[in-house]
Structures are given as C-alpha cells and as structure tokens.
Design a protein around this ligand. Sequence first.
Ligand code: GDP
Length: 526
Amino acid sequence: MDNQQLQQAVEKRRTFAIISHPDAGKTTITEQMLLFGGVIRQAGTVKAKKSGNFATSDWMEIEKKRGISVTSSVMQFDFEGKRVNILDTPGHEDFSEDTYRTLMAVDAAVMVIDSAKGIEPQTKKLFKVVKKRGIPIFTFMNKLDRDGREPLDLIAELEELLDIEGVAMNWPIGMGKGLQGLYNRRQQRVELYRPADPDQRFLPLDPDSGDLIGDQPLKEESVFQQALADVELLDEAGNQFDLAKVQQGQQTPVYFGSALTNFGVETFLKSFLSMAPAPSEHLLQDGSELSATDEDFSGFVFKIQANMNPAHRDRIAFVRICSGEFTKGMNVTLARTGKVLRLNNATEFMSDEREQVSSAVAGDIVGLYDTGNFQIGDSIFGGKRTIEFEKLPQFTPELFMEVRAKNVMKQKSFHKGMQQLVQEGAVQLYKTYTTDEYILGAVGQLQFEVFQYRMLHEYNSEVTMKPIGSRIARWIDSEQLDQKMSSNRNLLVKDLAGQPLFLFENRFAENWFRDKYPDVKLTAKL
Ligand code: GDP
C-alpha cells in the first residue's frame, strides 16, 4: 500500500461502540446494522448467541453457551463506501473493565436508550467514560413502536442527567400504536412508519412552512400537529445543531426509531456515519501525536480474552491499529519490553466468521494469538521508531472479594497466577493495610469468575473467594492518613503501588467520613 492508498483506506474507516443499559435494544440495532451491511441475511443471529442459561462457575461453559466470542465482540462490515467496525461493550454480568477499555479503542459512540425508560444506570456509567474521551456520541431513542415518555422529556434528560446537549435530528409523529412516522425537517421529509406502498416511504415537506406538501390526510392528524408544534418549540428554545460541538462530544444528535421493526435505523446509520470521524491521531506517552496515516504500523492492546480454545492455553490480545498497515507475518516490537514478535497468527473480524487478516489499517481491530507476551495497554510498532501510546486509564473497581489459596501448600502457584493475571489487567489487586490479606477489585462480577476459572485451569491453583460486596473506593494521601480513621464501614487497604485507600460501605459512610474529616482529600480514579 503506498501512502495515498493508505490515506484512502483510513478515510473509509468508522470505528465505534454501542453503549446502552441491558435490554434497551443494543443487540437488535446491531443486527439491523449488520443487515444493512449485508453481513447477515436474517435478523436473530446475534441474538441467538446471547441467550441461554449458564453455570457461572465454569467460564468456558459460559463462553460456549452465551457465545461470547471474539467474533461477536468486533463486527466489521462495509456500508456505502465506508468500512465500519462495531466494538461490543457487553452488558449484564459480562460487564467488566474490558467494557470500559473498549471505549478507549473507538472513535465514536452510539448510545441506545429505551424511550420508555430514559437514561438508565449502565448507560450513565459508560457515558461518563466516553464523555471524558471527548469523542462524538450519537443517540438513538429506541422502541418508538411502544408507548414511551414524552420526546421533549427524553431530550431534556440528556442535559439533566448526562450534562450533554441533545439536538433532535428527527421527531416522532405519535408513538406506540399511534406511531405514524418521523418528521425530519433537515431532510425535508416525513418518513412513514407503515407506508401503504413500501417504495413511497417518504413524503416531502414544504421547505418554507415545514408542512406536508399537498393533500395528505396525515396533515390533519393531531399527532402530526403535535410533532409540528414540538419541532417549532425546539427550533426556538432548543439547542441548535453545531457540528463542532458534536465532534467534541459536547452535543449529541438524537434520532428516534424502533430497532425491532427496523424503523429509522437506516436513516440513523446513514446520518451518523456521515458525521462520525475517520481515525485521526493518537496521543503518545511523550505528549506528541501520531497520525493515523503515518506509514509505520502501530497499535495498542485494549483487551485480552483468555482461553478461547480449551485445548490450548491461548489468549487473544485485541489490538486497535492506530497507524500504518498491518500485514500477516510482520515483525513488531513490543514497546514495554523491546521484544520483537513475529505476528503470524492474527484474526480480523469480518461478519461472524473468523478470517485470517490480509491487511488492516488504523481504526481496524486485529486479534493476536498470545502466549503470554501481552498486557493490557501494551503498544506495538512495526518501524524503527519507538511508538508508545499514552497509558490506558484505570477504572475504579466497585466490587470486592477476599481471596485465598484453598490449599496452603500450593502458595507458589497461587502467587504466580495472581501476579500474572493482575499484571495482565484481568482484575485489580489490593491488600489489607496492615495484615496484607489479598483483596480483588473488579467492575463486574464476571471478572471474578473468570479469575477463579483461570487460576484453576492455567495455574492449577484452587482459590476461595469471600465477597465483600459493593464498595466505593477512595484514595487518600498517605500524609493525611491516620489508621484510626478506618472501621468496618470504611475498610483501609492499599493498592499495588502501596497507596492507601478506603473501601466505603456506601455513599452514607463516605459522606459521614467527609463530614468528620473535612480537611482530608479523597479521590476516585476514572
Ligand atoms: P440489549 O440487551 O440492549 O442487547 O437488548 P436487545 O436487543 O436484546 O433487546 C431487548 C428486548 O427488547 C428484546 O426482547 C427485543 O426484542 C426488544 N426490543 C428491541 N428493540 C425494540 C423496539 O424497537 N421495540 C420493541 N417493542 N421492542 C424492542
């Protein structure tokens, strides 16, 4: 690939994640997008993979039954001249630090909201991470075929709960059983929900008045009049669309629709892909920026998935390519160790089959078979010049477990496994401040289960875990620390660097502490 070809290839890439609360419709809309991309012919494919009961004690079984696999965590398809990469951010009990880190590897995010429920807790958590990155966020208000909340309320909630301006790109004409269509002043058309003739889905609008042209019966309906009145109100008092703000993640374009009935999804896809950015530059550790069209290959590991194949102990390291071209069999240097690795075995993610990578550029994700070389956050590069990306942020764990080796005679394998899994970023490790008991921290329950499973199967170490439950972690300056400040409502522990922190039982315990010690500064990580 010469430089011009590389530029053209990068320009085509659009890499994003979909964030939502479980059941808002992420799977359904993903499927519809894959349908538009011609990747799957029948909706229901992605869905089928995630259902099923599972024994949580056995992770391989979980993986098999739920179909958590590399292929469903990155999906690639071509649509209208663009190559789209969708990175999955799992919900439910799959939620983990990986979910957050995946958001470090995308250039934009799509937020799916159930219009009957509004903004729910998990959306809020994920949104926070995206907002910090300052990347564009596009919102889809889903399930319009059901009665939901007032559209004006939904828009207002974005500002109230997420502190982001919402700007409506289209507007529902009715909802639930009364849903008629989407009013779209920008495109001067109404998109009909159930057109009598499928080829006539769109009715034109008068560019001046914004009313329907001609003798449309819809014109007289109260839901249409209501939509017109709402849009007028928004025009006068609402946020004005501002592309620069969208690009910086300060404003989110909002689209309405129904993923299940495939209404408004195509309009959404086309519109947000036209605004979503191609890969651009990435910040390096020395503070400089590396362009996505730089010809030296580089990328970073944002996720490691273990034990894809029970017969081997292999893992897959997910690499977000940041520059240059990836080619099979190329040599790369691992920035952390300086070690040169030959990348013979790589996987790209096209549709739901694994294919061997031929070539991939910035914005694409490759999966590298890993025999223990990689850690989360690692940078790799192909040329002579060292390329090291800025560190991935650490996320404050919310769930904690006491952990011990079941067999005291097997401390060696216990410590080895523990050290490696912690280094890899699978869980976070703490110790009680004075007694040095091990405590694990995670953002999702599955991380503990995977940890326990891998300790047993990869390090032959059976561990016992005792839940401490959900806690609020707050770091304290060691200068300000007095061990007497600790109690069972705020457990004192230290992190790997020896920094002290409190694990507060709940918000009340934290507030009580802050009241009692007003001069003590408590800090959270991201
Ligand atoms: P996820 O957990 O966010 O991936 O949500 P799913 O895509 O699995 O959807 C959760 C449930 O909501 C499923 O039963 C879907 O069929 C349903 N659903 C998704 N989109 C819509 C929609 O637009 N309208 C209605 N009525 N149901 C929907």
